[in-house]
Design a protein around this ligand. Sequence first.
Ligand code: PEP
Ligand code: MG
Length: 879
Amino acid sequence: MANKWVYLFSEGDASMRNLLGGKGANLAEMTKIIGADVVPQGFTITTEACTQYYEDGRKINDEIQAQINEYIVKMEEITGKKFGDLENPLLVSVRSGARASMPGMMDTILNLGLNEDVVNTMAEKSGNPRWAWDCYRRFIQMYSDVVMEVGKKYFEELIDEMKEKKGVTQDVDLTAEDLKELANQFKAEYKDKIGEDFPTDPKVQLMGAIQAVFRSWDNPRANVYRRDNDIPYSWGTAVNVQSMAFGNMGENCGTGVAFTRDPSTGEKKLMGEFLTNAQGEDVVAGVRTPMPIAQMEEKFPAAFAKFQEICARLENHYRDMQDMEFTVENEKLYMLQTRNGKRTAQAALKIACDLVDEGMRTEEEAVAMIDPRNLDTLLHPQFDAKALKAATPMGKGLGASPGAACGKVVFTADDAVAWAERGEKVVLVRLETSPEDITGMKAAQGILTVRGGMTSHAAVVARGMGTCCVSGCGEINMDEENKKFTLAGQTFTEGSEISIDGTTGNIYAGIIPTVDAVIAGEFERIMNWADKFRTLKVRTNADTPADARKARELGAEGIGLCRTEHMFFEEDRIAAFREMICADTAEEREVALEKILPYQQGDFEGLFEALEGHPVTIRFLDPPLHEFVPTEEADIKKLADAQGKSVEDIKAIITSLHEFNPMMGHRGLRLAVTYPEIAKMQTKAVIRAAINVQKAHADWKVVPEIMIPLSCDTKELKYVRDIVIATANEEISTAGAELHYEVGTMMEIPRACLTADEIAQNADFFCFGTNDLTQMTYGFSRDDAGKFLEAYYDTKIFENDPFARLDQSGVGKLMEMAIKLGKPANENLHVGICGEHGGDPTSVEFCHKIGLDYVSCSPFRVPIARLAAAQAAINNAHK
Ligand code: PEP
Ligand code: MG
């Protein structure tokens, strides 16, 4: 049989998500649970058809078109309506639906199937010409925008002109005649822009719309969203064609969006918004500010009661908070979609805990439900409670996405990006946001909108991103064109400072200071459950006792990387460090090193204290030397004086330190090979610090792990290791102490991985430095790749930044090889990762699978890694 590209809703179910997309699978499942009379029926064109469309050079091939036409006939039979029919016309919505929900990223078209003849008969037969013409003008508008990419703004301008001409402020106040005139204006606009008449044949319209949805899978905002959310391009989107239910037929109709629990806080209560005499996009686009769902009960008691009953059924069935779209047509309820609702991190934690307490989910399932990337928002600073109390809000909107944001006001997405790029913190203030604003929303600390409710684009997208958002502050008097607004009598222009609270919705003038977040309540509960399931340990990358303590609070079980070169940025230290690198004899270097030793020892003592006997890995110096040489004339003079040299001598040394490719230059253990006294000094500092802290805390077990960076050859490693061991043993015996220590290496050069069996004979542990390993495996400079990677995304050569998300097939293969070669050669070898990937959830899962002992990441990513490690253990146990 030929491929099956199309499924009726009645042919699918929830298990077919990969093929039918989330929306299609849920429409099928919902048809099963609550019946075809409540779910307007239709069909789903599969995600495979989308992939095929791209394989065929962005064409819907004949076989797929034939099946779509076949299913139109089936749909006509099921609904008893017909495309283009003057008696009983079939109108449909066309919506995208990928495997993973991507709210607002792709396109939707409503009221497809209309042409002038159909509109006239609909107007006549319904006795409601206003409705018929409203549908038509919406359809032309959406079709022109989505399918032909004419651009919304022309149509919006025409609507605004019409409203002005008629002296009304709301769309709903326009009459049938006005709307008819608008429809004609829209069609003229279409012809002007496209050079053809607006299509009248519903089948032609449908094929165009399906094609547009497939195409929208590849639009820039969808591509950015996918990259941020680890959704592969190869998945494609399905297209759902559903018979229309009309919320815009008059006052006994309406449309709404609702959640079974509050998506901001997680509280168990029906939350949602409703608009009478409207269609779905009116609620989501924030064009009119909707009423709370509770008011629907007064207007449509029967439909509301039925809706409540369906909500309970759907939530019990999916055992998760549901986000639903519905329409009331002549007081009868129709369910248009349901899905597991997007939620804030805070709500996600509360809902997961509540579902466990309600007996709906196990602890393991609760842990698996939380997207680790979302936790990031909870770890962001919150407003300082005292400062917040002292501040007076100047306005209030809806607390649409929690968190604290302060910064300078900008009015466009482009400005948000540009200002953020030059290091400014900005709050993006808009009348309402639209999908084109996504990059600006990402660049901003927070988003403030004048229009739109809790389900508006701004609110949904900001929650998804974890960005603080206050929406629908109608008190703002906005002048977007002149980049200013007024609120509470104050005028704010571009660059003015404001603070917004995404939890309460409060808006403040000026900057309110923020404080670090803590893990407590439900967050703590979930983290404790996660720790029960994970087998991978989580350490932190920390160079200071303060960072180390923060990481411990967040659950780190050790330090996986202390970059010792970072300990020299302070003024008096950098002077000594410069003396060391600008020394030209071993004696001079030793004098400088003597100055550095006490600093280092003190630093290490601080770290051992902060870690209270948990492992501390100290990496020996790996500085790109050019970052440390003085560039200012005054600093050069100071150095010259300190070393009794002339300025010219120092300048000559600086010139001699110049390297064409410092990343592949004199760094890592190469420094210890040329200047063994550096490794000796660092060993002394580590061992002395460990002995002192061990003495002070007999109940701790201080085991320093000395890590040699950048080795590529076992003899090279042995040379440095022997120096370290000889120095350490001498220190220990001189002190008359007992101390166990380890000497391992970073694995960050492909050759080290390829010869890991040899390297393992001279290492107690391996730690993958995947920043350098990625750099050297790809041959991409980690400092410069950003300049050209964008082109790789645009051309789909790459879907992700390999420096952010571990390349499992290349870099990952080297890691696997290193473990397979290394462990048999040294059975006590323990293995970790400390590159940036150690805090990225998908990379953490990979590390679990290939048998690493720990991941190490920056302090604020520790909870993310803990949760990702637990999920990796849960998911892989069940396979
Ligand atoms: C690495 O290369 O992955 C690493 C952790 O070291 P650094 O980033 O300091 O080079
Ligand atoms: Mg490195």
